[in-house]
Design a protein around this ligand. Structure first.
Ligand code: BF8
Ligand code: SF4
Length: 630
């Protein structure tokens, strides 16, 4: 076995530098160059005090001009911006969830999509009070998908998934009016509240921001996760590899990028089609390699072990290898830059969704009914493009790490059962994990999520924090681009246990897990909410009292703010390494970092110094332990 060591940030950067040299040769643009062009950023925007929601403006708040033309002050403007930002994120995650519900509705025994986890479907159906006895699984799937779709627009009541939360949390939500009603309604209400001449009171805007976030995490995202599991299988621990070195010089490389597994699952299927492999071989390739970028990558890595080429700020790098025959995308986090960039190479940039249409792409409209045909057409296009590769531009950095991924809540409980069985304890609960926390073998857990952002040296905050936390016996659970940073560095290799403190190392050995657990894509942060709820129910403690915190050190998107809001609303203190652009309003800063604590027993901390951010998280975990007397 080769000697294990982490890949360093410097090595990541050297690989990128080398790829940028190729880019220069062909006249390619890059995000690194565009960051320079955009710096310094607009200060009004950074502080959240620019308003352009009516054409009397745009209005910017300065000492000389403390109010917009309508009279709105910095607090109202920053608050409205924050709520609109959240609404964008909630809409995006939830619409992804809605697409999955439609895919479930299109599932049939002989169609493009099948039900791969019927037990999970039955479990959820029972949870929702449906009669399952003697029912055909596809009839049940269709009935459930219709019920789920109604969650988006039902005129009365609150989200069904809320019943999974502990009673204490539900009472807090009720008292603070944070229970999300129909998913679409919370987004609409947010847009309504922020229209010219509606809300300008920070308290009201923050409250709706939490509720809109809740409609995502405890609504649309949960639909996305749960029904993706039903359709494509609930993730179990599986081995894969990560970083650009997973691309193969002698094979057709298809990169799948975006978020919705309905597309990527199909591409993976057809890339294994003997007809396509034969075609690839007839054109001089030895086979077809599919690898992922962003959350699509997380989805197919968790369920199929498909290798992960990279995260958000690596998306241009896959094209810069000169060995990418096609980059196939669906929705979200896709750089429009991929169009012009792919034109500098032989790469086909294939867009597939009416939601994400971009110049300089080949648009092949993908939908559940024609998914098989669409996927075959896309794979064929990629394979046939192999002959157009310009050999002198090919350079794949030989850098990759092994990773064990696939830690759904079910998979975590399965791993814990392995520990419990050895100690004669009850199976199927989070008790072994709680025992480790109570005894101090583990100090606590951190849910680390989110993107890359050029404001932070890419991946450095993620990796630095993970190393620090595991060394301090803190278990780290991950999703999104944070998870990929870990995998690329090698932290998801089980051998990384040697970087842990003694307690966590022992837990990793007993449960046979890596020290940082990949829980999936960003919609899968709903899994983390389910896990936190289970821990709370199994321990009898409120979520906010558990030594558990959330962290997004390099976040950038509206989705990330929506996530942050539902994580905080669930009672989990959340630490940000990038400013949420409200600093121009002392009242907004107050509400987010202190005020919301009265409603949900948790709040945000913003700290751009990563070392200090790590210390603050550890201190918070220790405070919570001390309060519990453990
Ligand atoms: O939803 S972590 S850059 S890929 S937004 Fe995007 Fe951020 Fe990555 Fe997935 Ni999430
Ligand atoms: Fe200016 Fe008020 Fe219009 Fe905003 S809503 S642009 S602050 S006038």
């Amino acid at each position: 076995m080769s000697i294990f060591r982490l890949t360093t940030i410097e090595e990541f950067e050297q690989a990128t530098e080398r790829l940028l040299e190729t880019g220069q040769k062909v006249g390619a643009d890059s995000w690194q160059a565009r960051v320079k062009n955009q710096t310094p950023h607009c200060k009004f925007g950074e502080e959240g005090i620019c308003c352009r929601i009516c054409t009397m403006g745009p209005c910017r708040i300065t000492k000389k001009a403390p109010r917009g033309i309508c009279g709105c002050d910095a607090h109202g403007i920053a608050g409205r911006n924050f709520l609109r930002f959240t609404a964008g994120g909630a809409a995006t995650h939830s619409d992804h969830g809605r697409e999955i519900c439609h895919t479930l509705h299109a599932a049939s025994p002989d169609g493009n999509y099948q039900v791969k986890d019927p037990e999970k479907l039955m479990r959820i159906a029972k949870e929702w009070g449906l009669e399952t006895e003697g029912k055909d699984i596809y009839d049940l799937a269709h009935e459930m998908s219709e019920l789920a779709l109604l969650e988006y627009g039902k005129p009365f009541g609150v989200q069904r998934w809320l019943s999974r939360a502990p009673e204490h949390t539900r009472k807090l939500w009720q008292a603070a009016e944070l229970e999300p009603r129909a998913i679409d309604r919370e987004v609409s209400t947010a847009m309504h509240m922020t229209h010219m001449g509606c809300s300008s009171k920070p308290e009201a805007l923050v409250r709706q921001a939490l509720r809109a976030g809740m409609s995502d995490g405890w609504g649309g995202s949960m639909c996305g996760t749960e029904f993706s599991d039903v359709l494509f299988g609930t993730p179990k621990a599986v081995d894969t590899e990560a970083n650009l070195g997973v691309m193969k010089e002698d094979q057709v490389n298809i990169i799948i990028h975006g978020h919705d597994p309905s597309l990527s699952e199909m591409i993976c299927e057809y890339a294994e089609d003997p007809e396509m492999i034969a075609l690839a071989k007839s054109l001089g390739a030895t086979g077809i390699q599919v690898a992922g970028v962003c959350c699509t990558s997380n989805e197919v890595a968790m369920r199929r072990g498909v290798p992960m080429a990279g995260n958000f700020l690596q998306q241009e790098n896959v094209v810069l290898t000169g060995a990418c025959e096609a980059i196939v995308v669906d929705v979200q986090c896709i750089f429009p830059a991929l169009g012009p960039l792919s034109k500098c190479f032989h790469t086909k940039f294939i867009t597939t969704s009416p939601i994400a249409q971009m110049p300089d792409s080949d648009f092949i409209r993908f939908n559940a009914k024609t998914a098989g045909e669409n996927a075959k057409q896309i794979v064929r296009m990629a394979v046939e493009n192999f002959v157009n590769r310009k050999q002198d531009l090919v350079h794949i950095p030989q850098m990759k790490q092994k990773a064990t991924v696939g830690y759904s809540v079910e998979a975590i409980i399965h791993a814990l059962d392995g520990v419990a069985a050895g100690q004669g304890e009850a199976l199927g609960t989070t008790k072994p994990l709680l025992d480790c926390i109570t005894s101090g073998v583990l100090r606590g857990a951190v849910a680390m999520v989110g993107c890359n952002n050029p404001r932070v040296r890419p991946d450095s905050a993620h990796i630095k924090l993970m190393k620090k936390l595991i060394k301090n016996d803190i278990l780290v659970i991950l999703s999104g681009c944070s998870a990929q940073a870990a995998a690329r560095a090698g932290l998801m290799d089980k051998r990384a246990k040697d970087l842990c403190g003694d307690g966590l190392k022992r837990v990793c050995e007993l449960a046979d897990i890596p020290p940082v657990l990949h829980m999936g894509s960003c919609v899968d942060i709903s899994r983390m909410m389910v896990l936190a709820s289970k821990l709370s129910i199994d321990s009898g403690l409120p979520v906010s009292k558990l030594p558990l915190v959330g962290c997004a050190p390099e976040w950038m998107s509206e989705k990330a703010v929506s996530i942050g809001n539902y994580v905080v609303a669930t009672g989990i203190d959340t630490f940000l390494g990038v400013d949420p652009q409200v600093s121009g309003s002392s009242e907004m800063v107050y509400w987010l970092t202190e005020g919301v604590r009265d409603w949900v027993e948790a709040s945000y901390t913003v700290e751009k110094d990563i070392e200090k951010l790590g210390d603050a998280m550890i201190a918070r975990i220790e405070e919570k332990r001390a309060a519990l007397g453990i």
